[in-house]
Design a protein around this ligand. Structure first.
Ligand code: COA
Length: 324
């Protein structure tokens, strides 16, 4: 029987500053009513000091996941950080996390798959476990999107929050049941953020910074369609019905997206834990933060079936069905 990824510990980190919708309405022309009715978001955590960084949140979440399952940093042979808001172009966040944790035996690298990043990291660890190359991985989804959103563009900046979530995953015969992922680069223009300016002396470039751009309605349509397809495909692969899954842990972008998936599957919303009301969309961090909240609330029992699913810029999507 082949070895697959089993989640054995979780951790998360949210910045201390909480910004409510009313706080935002003092900065721009918006309202608590508009934001809550369109998205379900009430408040989000945003970094508010130089010491709160993508790296600091990743290390905090990673340490807490290791403590949760009593794994020592030296036991890790793989660290993957999923992020689009790294503090550095190089080294990778994963190498910097490795240094901070003292995880001297790990291979470390980052993945850029936006809001699907945590699923891509989990599926990558799972593929390595199946190949036999690694046995114990720390995977982290972390974002400081407050650095890259346009704070003069009310239709995007109100949606996002900062944070980190982490999981320790181990090669096991009783974890992952089925997974999938995919990309459609041709659709990528609906959600993008250009990189920094060019420093090449032979090229004259516009030095103005560029921020996150999103076509909200196109992304909404893509999300609902693709996420429903992924869930059906996974259940079919595993020969299960929607009702067999104990918890659906979906990317936390918008409560209306989550509710429409629940409706499409004809399932009660209480199978879909959610934290978008107090975290906003934390991109790659959203699913592991939610997983950690559900775990720490004592809601996960051994053998529970979890379906994790995310979608995001790229365009990208990923999903995993696994046993807790
Ligand atoms: N406060 C008040 N009004 C706002 C606003 C804000 N923060 N943001 C936009 N508006 C206004 C718009 O200007 C527009 O006004 P107009 O009709 O006078 O032009 C109006 O609200 C409606 O905007 P619209 O784009 O039709 O809203 P919507 O119902 O599509 O909701 C989103 C917008 C962004 C909430 C929704 O499209 C969405 O959630 N998309 C998916 C985003 C997502 O999941 N992204 C992450 C992917 S990982």
């Amino acid at each position: 029987m082949s070895m697959r990824a089993k989640i054995i510990g979780t951790g998360s980190c949210l910045p201390t500053k909480i910004v409510t919708n009313d706080n935002l309405s003092t900065l721009m022309d918006t309202s608590d009513e508009w934001i809550q009715s369109r998205t379900g978001i009430r408040e989000r955590h945003l970094v508010s000091s130089e010491s709160e960084t993508t790296l600091s949140m990743a290390v905090h979440a990673g340490t807490s996941a290791l403590e949760d399952c009593s794994i020592l940093p030296e036991e890790l042979d793989l660290i993957i950080v999923a992020t689009v808001s790294s503090d550095f172009i190089t080294p990778s966040m994963a190498c910097m996390v490795q240094k901070e944790l003292g995880a001297i035996n790990a291979t470390a690298f980052d993945i850029n798959a936006a809001c699907s990043g945590f699923l891509f990291a989990l599926n990558t660890a799972d593929a390595y476990f199946q190949s036999g190359l690694y046995q114990t991985a720390l995977i982290i989804g972390v974002e400081t999107l407050s650095k890259i959103v346009d704070w003069t563009e009310r239709s995007t900046c109100v949606l996002f929050g900062d944070g980190a979530g982490a999981a320790v995953v181990r090669a096991d015969q009783n974890g992952m049941i089925a997974n999938l992922q995919g990309s459609n680069g041709a659709g990528g223009h609906v959600l993008m953020c250009k990189g920094r300016s060019n420093n090449n002396p032979y090229i004259t470039t516009d030095l103005s910074p560029d921020y996150l751009y999103m076509d909200g309605q196109e992304v909404f349509k893509f999300a609902v369609k693709k996420e429903a397809e992924c869930i059906h495909e996974l259940l079919e692969q595993a020969n299960l019905t929607p009702d067999d899954v104990t918890w659906y842990l979906l990317h936390q972008a918008n409560q209306r997206i989550i509710a429409s998936i629940a409706r499409k599957l004809k399932l009660p919303l209480d199978k879909f834990p959610s934290n978008v009301d107090h975290c906003g969309n934390t991109s790659a961090a959203s699913i592991p933060i939610l997983l950690d909240e559900v775990h720490r609330a004592g809601d996960l029992k051994e053998g529970d079936l979890l379906l994790l699913s995310g979608f995001g810029a790229g365009l990208t999507w990923g999903a995993a069905l696994l046993r807790w």
